[in-house]
Write a protein that binds this ligand. Structure first.
Ligand code: CIR
Length: 254
């Protein structure tokens, strides 16, 4: 069960966030704020207490708070973002995490790691080796997990921004898979729900207690998840999609 979530209100500088899809246009700040509020409501509907951090205009991508920490049941790992304009966001989260965790660790240079590359499956954590997360960062997280009686393994990847851009563990052995992860041997043991190419963005869903939160407008994915017997809440994330962000990116859940 998740009890807590941490989110950060988008700042006006959001419109200058990193994107690989400039053709989608810049996010509309007002809409983004409204979508963020609806996202918080959805988390609350799932039964978590949401800690809302103030906007930080110095960092355009700072509402994607998932990337700056990995929150396990035993400890929190403050990460070291791999994107130059995001370096420094991690400092802002440390004080907040102290309210929840006695044990806080840090990824240190030459390691880089972003939380979007880390997928929790019980006490095992899959870590994507992306442009943002390197082998040294993954090794540091694996060592910390092992120290606390958990495990981790690295996953080679080429196409996606983050591991969870294309993967979501929905509990009950069900894994949502898209793109390069669809046929990956590392995930053979799971019951895989394959996302269609046109709904690729919807791979970034989150299971929060009794519900799966799914981005609005992806009907095939929604039907597939409901078909697996899971309850769905939808939230519109169109403004965050313009910056390659989605549902998992917008919160830390623990
Ligand atoms: C970035 O490129 O860092 C942001 N524009 C999007 C971050 C998305 N975060 C995530 O997938 N965990």
């Amino acid at each position: 069960m998740f009890k807590n979530a941490i989110v950060r209100t988008p700042a006006p500088s959001l419109v200058n966030g990193i994107t690989s899809a400039p053709e989608l246009g810049k996010p509309d700040y007002r809409n983004a704020l409204n979508q963020h509020k609806a996202y918080i409501k959805a988390l609350e509907q799932c039964g978590v207490t949401v800690r809302i951090l103030e906007q930080d205009d110095r960092f355009p991508d700072s509402c994607f708070v998932e990337d700056v920490a990995v929150c396990t049941p035993a400890f929190a790992m403050v990460t070291s973002p791999g994107a130059p304009t995001r370096m420094g966001e991690e400092k802002e989260i440390t004080a907040v995490l102290r309210e929840f965790y006695a044990d806080i660790e840090h990824i240190t240079a030459p390691g880089t790691l972003e939380g979007g590359d880390v997928m929790m499956v019980g006490d095992h954590y899959y870590i994507g080796l992306s442009d943002r997360t390197n082998r040294a960062g993954a090794d540091q997280l694996i060592a910390a997990l092992e120290k606390h009686g958990m495990r981790g393994s690295a996953v080679d990847m080429k196409e996606m921004l983050h591991l969870k851009t294309g993967l979501a563990y929905l509990e009950e052995n069900i894994l949502l898979v898209a793109g390069e992860f669809t046929r990956m041997k590392a995930f053979d043991r799971y019951k895989r729900l394959e996302i269609t190419e046109e709904e690729g963005y919807a791979a970034n869903c989150i299971r929060v207690n009794d519900y799966v939160i799914v981005p609005e407008g992806y009907e095939q994915t929604k039907a597939m998840i409901e078909g697996a017997g899971l309850k769905v809440i939808t939230v519109d994330t169109s403004e965050f999609k313009k910056l390659d962000g989605g549902l998992s990116c917008l919160s830390l859940r623990f």
